[in-house]
Design a protein around this ligand. Structure first.
Ligand SMILES: CCC/C=C/C(=O)SCCNC(=O)CCNC(=O)[C@H](O)C(C)(C)COP(=O)([O-])OP(=O)([O-])OC[C@H]1O[C@@H](n2cnc3c(N)ncnc32)[C@H](O)[C@@H]1OP(=O)([O-])[O-]
Length: 302
């Protein structure tokens, strides 16, 4: 399935063995988050993977400064890393977190959706679909260690996980804020939120583009746990141990039972969903909204 993602980027990468990817950090061994001996690292500069084979757990760290926006390259590298972990029987769980201080992910990369060609939009959207499907249906236990602000696509990644731990910092809000940009969260973003917080909470959150600070996020159930900032990783590891205590086959079949109907809705109409996105994103009014929003972000600094 990964071959369908970001075809241009993947074709370039998949022609080489993983360890010889130009950007790869092959087999570095040493202390890392989660620490201790035997932690091995691979991945790319934008998607770091630290593995602890003895525990059967890996940590995927997004590292696309300044804001971990989900560019085509990040999406593609994320899918490749996940696929590699899934194909290695050593690993049963993965923690998804950020290497950018204070920012889990700013969501989809707005520059990928603004002023580009139709072919680019189609390639980008297929990559977004692919990451969602991969994460949502992953056989691994996937836990989000949310160590920063997490709007829109950043929230979506968290929602695909089996469990979400959020750092208790009032700046770290989380939610699907698309309407604030003048755009609309696609149906499968909406489904993922509804499956997590229920219909009424999702409806209100989506229409108002709510970004929930930690206490509120916990109250509505968009995250499962809020912990002091320096304990996000250890809390994620504790939760992981609990989930890994369940026999894999029973847990995996149950996850599939819960999630496959939602995923199938997209799988059955992926091309139509891309066409819908193309029509939507190409509208003059939408392009204008995105440009205005990007300009505001840029001016904020000046
Ligand atoms: C149908 C589609 C569904 C859509 C789903 C989505 O996910 S839509 C996404 C919805 N996402 C949002 O609404 C979140 C928008 N972002 C934010 O609210 C803030 O950036 C922040 C709170 C994440 C970080 O605040 P901070 O003060 O630490 O950082 P800062 O604000 O100073 O930005 C630094 C640089 O990053 C740039 N840049 C930022 N975001 C994006 C992006 N997504 N992409 C690309 N670039 C982005 C920003 O322009 C600036 O560039 P410059 O001037 O250096 O060239």
């Amino acid at each position: 399935m990964a071959l369908m993602v970001g075809a241009r980027v993947l074709a370039r990468n998949l022609l080489r063995p993983w360890s010889r990817l130009p950007d790869a950090v092959p087999g570095r061994t040493g202390p890392a988050a989660g620490g201790g001996d035997g932690v091995r690292c691979f991945g790319s500069p934008r998607v770091l993977v630290e593995t602890d084979p003895a525990k059967g757990v890996a940590v995927i760290k997004l590292k696309n400064p300044p804001v971990n926006s989900l560019s085509l390259e990040v999406l593609t590298e994320f899918v490749i890393s996940l696929e590699k972990l899934e194909n290695d029987k050593t690993f049963r769980g993965v923690i998804v977190t950020s290497d950018c201080p204070g920012i889990f992910s700013a969501g989809l990369d707005l520059t990928e959706m603004c002023g580009k060609s139709q072919a680019h939009y189609a390639e980008y959207w297929r990559a977004v679909q692919e990451l969602w499907l991969r994460l949502y249906l992953s056989n691994l236990v996937v836990i989000a260690a949310i160590n920063g602000v997490s709007p829109a696509g950043g929230c979506l990644i968290s929602l695909t996980c089996d469990y979400r731990v959020l750092a208790d910092n009032p700046k770290y809000s989380i939610g699907l804020n698309e309407t604030l940009l003048g755009i609309v969260a696609p149906s499968w973003f909406k489904d993922t939120l509804v499956n997590t917080v229920g219909h009424r909470t999702a409806e209100r959150a989506l229409q108002l583009g709510l970004l929930f600070p930690p206490a509120e996020a916990l109250r509505v159930g968009i995250v499962d746990q809020v912990v002091p900032e320096d304990q996000v990783h250890s809390a994620a590891l504790s939760v992981m141990a609990r989930w890994l205590a369940i026999p894999d086959h029973a847990r995996q079949l149950t996850k599939n039972l819960m999630r496959k109907p939602t995923a199938d809705r997209l799988v059955k109409q992926r091309d139509a969903d891309i066409q819908y996105f193309l029509q939507f994103i190409s509208r003059d009014s939408i392009q204008k909204s995105l440009r205005v929003y990007l300009d505001k972000l840029r001016q904020k600094k000046g």
